[in-house]
Design a protein around this ligand. Structure first.
Ligand SMILES: [Fe+2]
Length: 249
């Protein structure tokens, strides 16, 4: 399997490109609107054809490039079934594999950050979305998030995976790229082995995070598979405009 981790700096999002070397079919997990041209260039450089874009959940911090990439490549759009997004071509369910050539993606229902959240297992890796971040986790105070539910998702569904499973999160704000189940189990400061449910609930309650500045545009835009608002203030335009080409591509 071809595997690439691509970083988008406006929302600090990692997009994952998975490709089948035999058939040339590819998947993109959590593509981000400002970076759709980068994603196309990466696919072309590897002679891959995009079969499907896949969301871990309806995002609140960026707008997906799913619809744009569908227009460019005729790719299909997969969303978690529970998101109920009518724009999606495929609605994923827990335990029902999504295949692109020889690449098999296994959805793992992991609510708590949102109530539609899936992680995806693929070849010794878990693409952990916003459920489990490196030394952290996604917030649980919007979109039907629930801290106790997230605790159970991580402890019961992720921390029971083989301990050498690599953890690839949807975000990192400090340049970290990959972890493992063993590492998160032993030292995640919120969810690691020493933390009880009550301790986790207190940690999440005390975060006092600011209201997300793009959520009011992102959630409705993502429920339409990636539509930018027609009216947007200057400071938010970066979420919709194409990002600068970088030497890393
Ligand atoms: Fe999220």
């Amino acid at each position: 399997m071809i595997f690439r981790q691509l970083f988008e700096p406006v929302s600090s999002t990692y997009t994952y490109l998975l490709g089948c070397e035999q058939t040339g079919q590819a998947l993109l997990i959590d593509p981000v609107l400002p970076a759709w041209e980068r994603d196309l260039a990466a696919l072309n450089a590897l002679s891959l054809k995009l079969a499907c874009t896949v969301e871990t959940h309806v995002h609140a911090d960026h707008i997906t490039a799913a619809l744009r990439l569908k227009r460019e490549t005729a790719s299909r759009i997969a969303y978690p079934g529970r998101s109920g997004a009518p724009c999606a071509d495929l609605h994923l369910e827990d335990g029902r594999e999504l295949r692109a050539g020889g690449v098999a993606l296994m959805p793992l229902y992991t609510p708590g950050h949102t109530d539609d959240h899936f992680c995806y297992l693929v070849e010794g890796r878990v693409l952990s979305g916003d459920a489990l971040l490196i030394d952290g986790c996604g917030r649980t105070d919007f979109q039907n998030g629930d801290a106790a539910t997230l605790y159970r998702s991580v402890r019961e569904r992720l921390f029971t995976l083989p301990e050498d499973t690599l953890v690839y999160p949807a975000h990192d704000y400090q340049g970290r790229r990959v972890s493992s189940i063993a590492q998160e189990r032993s030292r995640n400061p919120r969810l690691g082995e020493g933390r009880s449910l009550d301790q986790f609930l207190a940690i999440m309650r005390e975060l006092e995070l600011p209201y997300p500045k793009f959520i009011d545009h992102a959630v409705p835009g993502n429920r339409q598979c990636g539509v930018c608002p027609s009216e947007i203030t200057d400071d938010l335009k970066q979420y919709c405009e194409q990002m600068e080409a970088s030497p890393q591509g």
